[in-house]
Design a protein around this ligand. Sequence first.
Ligand SMILES: Nc1c(NC[C@H](O)[C@H](O)[C@H](O)CO)[nH]c(=O)[nH]c1=O
Ligand SMILES: CC(=O)[C@@H](O)COP(=O)(O)O
Length: 160
Amino acid sequence: MATENKNLSHYDKESIPNAREFRFGIVVSEWNANITEGLYQGAIDALLDCGALDSNIIRWNVPGSFELTFGCKKLIRQEKLDAVIAIGSVIQGETKHFDFVCSATAQGIKDLNVQLDVPVIFCVLTDNTMQQAVDRSGGKHGNKGAEAAIAAIKMATLGA
Ligand SMILES: Nc1c(NC[C@H](O)[C@H](O)[C@H](O)CO)[nH]c(=O)[nH]c1=O
Ligand SMILES: CC(=O)[C@@H](O)COP(=O)(O)O
């Protein structure tokens, strides 16, 4: 289902485990900060709405989406966490750089989920235009940060 056919912020709170006991990391890319700050706020709002404690949420910043993999790996090694959300916004420019950044970031985060025992949620927008990114970070299609927060809670309780 394409994003345009669903609202990224919608979730059934009754079906989400209470997040009070869990510790979350959020690593935020500084590239396109107007977008990533919106994603971060969406994630925070959803985590708190589902019972997470503000004191149990640790935020680190990295320069760009390509650095999300290293930032998440270092955070997981340094802190006891139940899930990590990687937040980024990659927007197509004039060159193929977009393709390499998106691919490397997606593969890197996938690799963390294979190699480590803390779930890392892929909250990286990969848009053709700034408007698409705006629409998905609190705009008409909702907020992918909220979607990522719900995924983080579900993965933190997987197998419990
Ligand atoms: N163009 C975007 C980038 N580029 C920067 C890279 O992520 C990386 O920081 C740089 O190549 C140094 O290693 N990053 C984004 O997150 N979004 C973009 O649109
Ligand atoms: C995703 C990028 O790195 C891209 O925004 C950089 O822009 P350009 O391809 O015009 O150098």
